[in-house]
Ligand binder design. Structure first.
Ligand code: SF4
Length: 321
């Protein structure tokens, strides 16, 4: 497979089949926290990096294998809206299957009508919005010279006016870069104007493009959540800090996840955004209660629900041991 990967467990989206239609690493930004390394081509020019045909041929092959997929997600080696065929590819996917399509985008090209039009058939669009002031925008996102925060803001607003699917806006906070009281207050002022269905607050919990980029203190994350309004949620780590009620939901969410798809502890951490310690604690508890069982497959331990032989991540059928 050249353009599709996975399905992989995603912190936000469950089991997600990835679509990567941009060469490494072409982007309009060069974010300090980027997990895929420094931008090698910073550009605003859209090109047909790959057309719909080869991508849809790969999808046809994967669908024929009947692997369970919760969603199809455009992400990968750069900014997907830089591919001028994105709209055709989404249209093609929608003709082939009913799996929801999600696009992770940095949102910088949403001011272009053709980009907005190409995204109209997606089910969920997750744009990033990491800075509410020009200074922070330049600091954290290191944008292409022709890009301004104002253009981004206009694009996000225009997109919401026509797009009927869900918008999950991600705000990545980094310690000492965009988490000051002034920056958080500026976010709180502008965020309601985007009409996002969810505001997902994240922080740097994976290795970043640059050294010295650190996660924000959990107390500040919680402060930001309250400040950003009722549809804001924290999707980074630190779930240990949450209430008992939310922790009870974690047990149910783990059972639901492994009931749909046998998962390793790492998959569960990634899919639900939980720390390894916390997942270990819950898995021990759920095994003792008999709500889940363990299966060893190809030297990995998978957790699953008893009595349901189902497809394991490599696509083969698993059986009770
Ligand atoms: S927008 Fe995404 S791909 Fe581009 S530099 Fe930022 S994090 Fe990396």
């Amino acid at each position: 497979m050249r353009y599709l990967f996975g399905p992989v467990a995603s912190r936000r989206l469950g089991y997600s089949l990835g679509v990567d239609i941009i060469p490494h690493k072409v982007c309009t930004l060069d974010c300090l926290y980027c997990q895929i390394g420094p931008t090698t081509l910073k550009t605003m020019e859209r090109k047909p990096y790959v057309e719909a045909g080869p991508v849809l041929a790969e999808l046809e092959e994967i669908l024929a294998n009947k692997v369970q997929i919760d969603c199809i997600t455009f992400s990968g080696s750069g900014e997907p809206t830089l591919n001028s065929c994105l709209g055709d590819i989404i249209t093609g996917i929608k003709k082939m299957c009913s799996i929801p399509v999600t696009v992770l985008t940095n949102g910088t090209l949403l001011n272009l009508p053709e980009v907005r039009a190409g995204l109209m058939q997606a089910d969920i669009v997750c744009p990033s919005f990491d800075a509410a002031t020009d200074a922070a925008f330049r600091r954290i996102n290191r944008p292409h010279d022709s890009l301004t925060l104002d253009l981004m803001i206009q694009g996000l607003k225009s997109f919401r006016q026509k797009f009927l699917g869900k918008i999950y806006l991600e705000v990545m906070l980094a310690r000492g870069i965009n988490d000051s009281p002034q920056e958080l207050a500026a976010f709180a002022e502008i965020l309601p104007e985007f009409g996002a269905d969810r505001i997902q607050i994240n922080t740097v919990i994976r290795p970043a493009a640059e050294d010295g980029v650190w996660a924000v203190n959990p107390v500040i994350l919680e402060h930001a959540r309250k400040l950003f309004g009722p549809n804001a949620e924290i999707i980074g780590g630190f779930l240990k800090e949450r209430s008992l009620h939310e922790q009870e939901n974690i047990a149910d969410r783990i059972v639901q996840l492994v009931g749909r798809h046998p998962s390793t502890a790492d998959d569960i951490c990634a899919a639900l955004g939980l720390t390894a310690d916390l997942v270990h604690e819950y898995l021990t508890q759920l095994l003792t209660q008999g709500r889940i069982i363990k299966t060893i497959h190809a030297d990995s331990t998978f957790y699953r629900v008893f009595g349901f032989p189902s497809v394991i991540p490599d696509g083969r059928m698993d059986v009770e041991k």
